[in-house]
Design a protein around this ligand. Structure first.
Ligand SMILES: Nc1ncnc2c1ncn2[C@@H]1O[C@H](COP(=O)(O)OP(=O)(O)OP(=O)(O)O)[C@@H](O)[C@H]1O
Ligand SMILES: [Mg+2]
Length: 260
């Protein structure tokens, strides 16, 4: 069940999951569910295990306990490529663009039949169409992030996992990426958005989960957390970032068209 009640069918169900790297436990007895079409911010201080949780969903860590169900199937023993085929789209924190392939070739190797084809990806990111014949190593950080997201989308996922897509990007690029996330959410695609830019993530998702030391310590509505400075400060230590992001808002808001 999601925070919105029974009406939303379940897409992901993680229960009592303990996972990490060899003997090092990072994810500690964690349980978490996502409904079809839910857009969830996954927040937390550095090193609490956000990337490890996404990597665990993709079968890239050592699981010592617990269960992972996706789209009604137990995927605990499925290999990474099988999870990908089953509908888990993953954009890792490192982006992992193929440097020696062009923009279009990067997408072609990941494409699978469905609503998201290369033309649709170009519509979401017109900049990529302009760069279609450029090689991966000729792209800016923002373009690489667009390509990483586009490449995951042309695989036609049911759940998109985005690990810090805004990291290291200029405000203009951040706006483009955030606008894309907003469009994906509106299209009904379920997604998990890991971000350090908490306020920006909360504006494009409906639900937020906060992790601390491998566990979930908060699960609720994004709009409520946005107004809850005390919890933001306590769980994310965001007093300074909050002030600086608020100061940046006047320049960002008109471009973003985030207000509904
Ligand atoms: N490949 C790895 N091998 C061993 N330990 C790792 C590996 N990757 C991460 N860790 C450890 O796991 C813990 C959680 O790291 P993780 O990268 O999941 O955190 P995070 O919440 O994504 O942090 P950040 O916000 O900095 O990206 C940290 O203690 C980290 O040092
Ligand atoms: Mg991380």
């Amino acid at each position: 069940m999601s925070i919105w009640g029974d009406a939303m069918a379940e897409l992901l169900d993680i229960h009592n999951l303990t996972a990490g790297y060899r003997d090092a436990v990072v994810i500690d007895d964690l349980s978490f569910r996502i409904g079809q079409g839910e857009a969830v911010s996954l927040l937390g201080r550095n090193g609490v295990g956000k990337s490890t949780l996404l990597a665990t969903m993709m079968g890239l860590t050592t699981v010592s306990k617990g269960c992972l169900e996706f789209d009604g199937k137990n995927i605990g023993n499925a290999a990474n490529y099988q999870r990908n085929r089953m509908g888990l789209g993953y954009v890792p924190q490192e982006r992992e663009i193929f440097a020696s392939l062009t923009v279009e070739q990067n997408m072609r190797v990941a494409a699978r039949p469905g609503e998201w084809n290369i033309a649709a990806a170009y519509k979401l990111f017109p900049r990529l169409e302009e760069r279609r014949n450029n090689y991966g190593n000729q792209l800016s950080g923002g373009e690489q992030q667009m390509l990483a997201m586009a490449r995951a989308l042309v695989g036609n996922p049911k759940l998109l996992l985005l690990d810090e897509p805004l990291e290291g990007l200029s405000p203009v690029m951040m706006d483009i990426l955030l606008d894309a996330v907003k469009q994906l959410r509106q299209s009904g695609l379920a997604l998990i958005l890991v971000e350090q830019h908490a306020h920006l993530a909360l504006e494009v998702t409906e639900r937020v989960v906060i992790m601390d030391r491998g566990r979930i310590v908060h699960d609720g509505r994004s709009d409520l957390l946005l107004k809850d400075d005390a919890t933001m400060h306590q769980l994310l230590g965001l007093a300074h970032e909050q002030a600086s992001e608020k100061a940046a808002e006047p320049a960002r808001k008109p471009d973003l068209k985030l207000a509904s």
